[in-house]
Design a binder for this molecule. Structure first.
Ligand code: ADP
Length: 536
């Protein structure tokens, strides 16, 4: 029942969100007068994170609250969640006609779990407790507690994910009456919450329940579609008449993402570039036709980053804190990073960083073969990442080859990530494709100049310093190791011209990637959604 071919999102970490900085918010709280928005996401910083989705779902609500929205969030209560919360409701939530049975067997001292779909011959339901926490001092967070589903080491990647997230989505709708707060718009993120608009449209609106509630579905990455075998129809409690090309059937499977696209009032993705790309066969993950058919309600809004959470002037993980005006004091961070990683203490070495999920998307296929060339060119390289075994193995093979120049850390480590952003000269993002990408914005703010492939959100957010006087980084076209190496070589030449390099670095640091502009665009999208929902 595992997602076939496409792995569930997540890098196989505990999913614990890094630093607790999101708890800070400076604006004085005022009573919200704007629309009521419920952001539903399978990961939200600081509660849980495996990637950029967690950052976005944590910081967008704070920015919306600053714009006057009455914003609340919902997420499953995973084992990794460590914030205090109190129970506010307990409810019995309908599931489908089938469920998973999990049998735990001990073999050779190892516990093995076997999952099988069973049909009890009647509708099934399960109990959920809704617990409430508070984020950023003012955002209510509803945590869906069902220990058999969510009290596990990982966030995703289990054979019964279809049931776990179907249940989560259904519970979110069922809890609204119980918490006495009905949103104007439910903003769902990725396939794990895609059943919210689906259930709303199919099970609630026909009887007039929540009839004025609009839905937005945000696609953060086309690769993670939530496709499951056809028994998902029974597990999710859908009618078999939906198992058609016009419905939720997708290449013989059931696709949660397709359902989200079909049944939401509005759909968006995380950059304008990516919203165009995903309507083509090269980037659409076989969903391009579905997206072209939905193009009238499809938008692109680039992500921002939380400027409180990512602030080199206040980041306690750094050796030395700095801002655009004092970027010279980055040198202490570079020296400290070289020391900590065992790299040669050389202020003139061109120190590169890479942080990310180790997956084909992130360009490991061209990065790994380029490593030796980069080291031969005299660069130093710090790699921090975790993910696919294949790339973990490839990186561990090159890891020890040149300890004075190369450091490979195969783990998830928020503190180290911050030290790399602050201590490297340039930051590599050779992505095969990139819906938005946060790394290039974070490194820019921390004064590490991005060297990126011209795709999706990277192309939208990095301005070419070779072509433009107000450039902020370096871009290359071809998805090849040679193109990457050549881009680093060109950047390395510019690096030796200290004045020009400083100008590029400072231009990047001064660029505004805060949520301000993007949150305003989300507010417009919500207003359009409300108009559509009410007009229907
Ligand atoms: P993704 O496709 O994974 O969402 P993004 O660039 O949008 O990629 O966001 C990645 C986020 O996860 C950034 O905040 C980055 O710093 C963080 N990150 C990725 N890998 C690691 C790691 N191994 N350790 C710490 N932080 C990481």
């Amino acid at each position: 029942m595992q997602e076939s071919g496409k792995r569930a999102r997540g890098r196989g970490t505990s999913g614990k969100a890094g630093s607790p900085r999101a708890e800070s918010i400076k604006e004085t709280p005022k009573a919200p007068s704007g629309p009521r928005i419920l952001v539903v996401s399978p990961e939200i910083v600081p509660l849980a994170k495996t990637g950029g989705l967690g950052d976005v779902a944590g910081s967008l609500p704070l920015a919306l609250a600053a714009l006057g929205c009455d914003v609340r969030v919902a997420m499953p209560l995973y084992k990794a969640v460590k914030v205090p919360s109190k129970p506010v409701a307990e409810l019995e939530v309908p599931l489908g006609r089938a469920l998973f049975e999990v049998a735990r067997e001990e073999r050779d001292g190892r516990v093995q779990e076997n999952y099988k779909v069973v049909y009890p011959g009647k509708d099934v339901s399960a109990r959920a407790v809704i617990r409430e926490a508070v984020l950023g001092g003012r955002i209510p967070a509803y945590l869906v507690d069902n220990p058999p589903f969510y009290d596990r080491d990982q966030l995703y990647g289990y054979p019964d994910d279809v049931a776990r997230f179907g249940f989560f989505s259904r519970t979110v709708l069922e809890m609204l009456d119980r918490i006495g707060w009905v949103p104007d718009v439910i903003h769902c993120n990725d396939w794990q919450s895609a059943m919210v608009p689906t259930y709303l449209r199919l099970f609630y609106k026909p009887s007039g329940r929540f009839s004025g509630v609009g839905t937005v579905f945000t696609i953060h990455n086309m690769e993670y579609q939530g496709n499951f075998d056809r028994s998902a129809i029974d597990i999710l409690g859908l009618g078999w008449e939906l198992f058609t090309m016009e419905g939720v059937e997708f290449w013989g499977q059931v696709s949660m993402m397709k359902a989200g696209i079909l049944y939401s009032d509005m759909v968006n993705t995380v950059s304008e570039g990516y919203s165009r790309e995903i309507q083509t066969p090269d980037f659409g993950g076989r969903m391009d036709g579905v997206l072209r058919a939905a193009s009238g309600k499809l938008r692109g809004i680039v992500n921002g980053i939380d400027y409180d959470f990512w602030d080199p002037a206040r980041d306690t993980a750094l050796e030395s804190r700095f801002n655009a005006r004092s970027s010279g004091s980055r040198t202490a961070n570079k020296a400290a990073l070289q020391k900590e990683l065992g790299l040669k203490q050389d202020p003139d070495a061109f120190l590169l960083g890479f942080i990310g999920r180790l997956s084909a998307q992130k360009g490991l296929d061209i990065l790994v073969p380029a490593v030796q060339d980069l080291l031969c060119m005299g660069c130093q390289l710090a790699v921090l990442g975790t993910g696919d075994d294949y790339y973990m193995k490839q990186l561990s093979q090159v890891a020890g080859s040149d300890p004075e120049r190369l450091s490979v850390m195969l783990r998830f480590d928020d503190r180290m990530a911050r030290r790399i952003y602050a201590g490297t000269d340039a930051f590599l993002m050779p992505s095969r494709y990139e819906p938005c990408g946060l790394g290039q914005m974070i490194c820019g703010r921390y004064g590490s100049v991005p060297i990126v492939r011209r795709t999706g959100g990277l192309a939208d957010t990095v301005r070419d310093a070779i072509l433009y006087g107000d450039g902020t980084g370096f871009l290359f076209e071809d998805y090849t190791s040679d193109a990457l190496t050549e881009a680093v070589r060109k950047a390395g030449e510019v690096f030796r011209d200290r004045e020009r390099w400083t100008a590029i670095k400072v231009q990047g640091m001064e660029k505004d990637f805060s949520w301000k502009a993007s949150a305003a665009r989300y507010l417009e999208l919500y207003k359009e959604t409300m108009a559509r929902a009410r007009g229907k």
